[in-house]
Write a protein that binds this ligand. Structure first.
Ligand code: CAA
Length: 379
């Protein structure tokens, strides 16, 4: 692994940093308060190539490597974790899955507008009674010859209300367990497809999380991704890459909170000196800096392995497990360093603390990451 970033990677990092400061920062507190989706900003992110970063330009993508993706995700998440999850889901769960596994027709029709940011996508796996235990899902896709009949409910779907295209995972043949599961591309507006309740969340409140209701939705056969029964393996493969995105989001939340805490500690005085001169505060910052660097290295490792075409189930899970813990620990300490100011919205760190928590839950909880890692190391 090369620790020196290329000129191109540095340029992408700088562009994402500038964008985050000029476009995302100004109303981030209001969007969090009002649960307002950053629609205009997401549109601009699409124009910048941030929504299909690793996709081949022939399908509307930016053709960049995964390290660039980690760098850009960190910069966006430093300022606005809600915009970062929109970016992560579209890049890692939707575009990456389609580019790797969809048919040529599906790529032309769906991947191209998604990767170029004309529309955004969502990935629907979780259900009211099936989150971590993904094979237990109840949504069914009954084979009716030239179409499937989709019925069921999906829960906590990021981009649920704003997406135009949805990758939906459903059970076709329960007898076959995970081999009876398929993945489908479903379009918003199809008869019987209803967008359900918008969730009122603790954090990432600018992102748009909904339930989805499918009531006898006819899905054409050509919208199934891959061979019959491939849906569960598809979801697992896609989530491996998705975990790099969420790890990078967690990294960004942590480094954003750390930078604010460092700045504050250098200016705030107590007991006749800047608080960074008190070892109790300096040691907190030292821990944060070390852990954030370690999290970044894990993200880079997983990203490099992905670009090298290696199995990233272990490295993606490690990156997510560790970075999400660092995000939680760092944001809690950043609030602590800010004292009373940290507890009010104006100083941003309380939002970051709320945003951090989800990184330990979605795209596989920390406990699921430990299952993935322990299975991998015991092979
Ligand atoms: N990578 C690739 N393949 C994998 C895999 C991985 N990490 N984990 C399992 N598989 C494959 C296995 O190889 C097996 O395939 P074959 O039969 O072809 O060999 C198949 O999947 C079934 O494997 P298991 O028997 O191990 O399955 P399991 O029922 O024990 O579950 C699990 C494994 C790891 C716990 C899995 O259910 C899992 O990852 N659960 C978490 C689901 C999750 O991450 N949900 C997130 C929702 S999406 C989201 O949050 C999006 C959002 O909006 C932000």
């Amino acid at each position: 692994m090369d620790f020196n970033l290329s000129e191109e990677q540095l340029m992408i990092q700088q562009a994402a940093r500038d964008f985050a400061q000029t476009e995302l920062f100004p109303e981030v507190i209001e969007r969090d308060r009002d649960q307002k989706f950053p629609a205009e900003q997401v549109k601009k992110m699409g124009e910048m190539g941030l929504l299909g970063m690793m996709v081949d330009p022939k399908y509307g993508g930016a053709g960049m490597d995964s390290v660039s993706y980690v760098l850009a995700m960190e910069e966006i998440a430093k300022v606005d974790a809600s915009a970062a999850v929109v970016m992560s889901v579209n890049n890692s769960l939707v575009c990456a899955g389609l580019e790797k596994f969809a048919s040529e027709e599906q790529k032309v029709k769906y991947l191209t507008p998604l990767a170029s940011g004309q529309v955004i996508g969502a990935f629907a796996l979780s259900e009211p009674e099936a989150g971590s235990d993904a094979t237990s899902q109840k949504t069914t896709a009954e084979d009716k010859g030239d179409y499937y009949l989709l019925n069921g409910i999906k829960n906590w779907i990021t981009n649920g209300g704003t997406a135009s295209y949805y990758i939906v995972i459903a059970q076709t043949d329960p007898e076959k367990k995970h081999k009876g599961i398929n993945a489908f591309i479903v379009e918003k507006g199809w008869e019987g497809f209803e967008i359900g309740t918008k969730e009122d969340k603790l954090g990432i409140r600018g992102s748009d999380t909904h339930s989805l209701i499918f009531n006898n939705v006819k899905v054409p056969k050509e919208n199934r991704i891959g061979e019959d029964g491939f849906g569960f393996n598809f979801a697992m493969a896609v989530l491996n890459g998705g975990r790099i995105g969420i790890a990078s989001q967690a990294l960004g939340i942590a480094s954003g909170a750390y930078e604010l805490a460092l700045k504050y500690a250098k200016t705030r005085k107590a007991f006749k000196t800047e608080i960074i001169n008190h070892q109790a505060i300096a040691f907190k910052l030292a821990d944060m800096a070390t852990q954030i660097t370690a999290a970044r290295m894990l993200c880079f490792k997983a990203a490099c392995e992905k670009d090298a075409g290696k199995d990233i189930s272990e490295s993606g899970a490690m990156a997510k497990l560790y970075a999400s813990q660092v995000a939680m620990d760092t944001t809690i300490e950043a609030v602590q360093i800010h004292g009373g100011y940290g507890y009010v919205k104006e100083y941003h760190v309380e939002r970051m603390m709320r945003d951090a928590k989800i990184t330990q839950i979605y795209e596989g909880t920390s406990e699921i990451q430990k299952i993935v890692i322990s299975r991998s190391i015991s092979k």
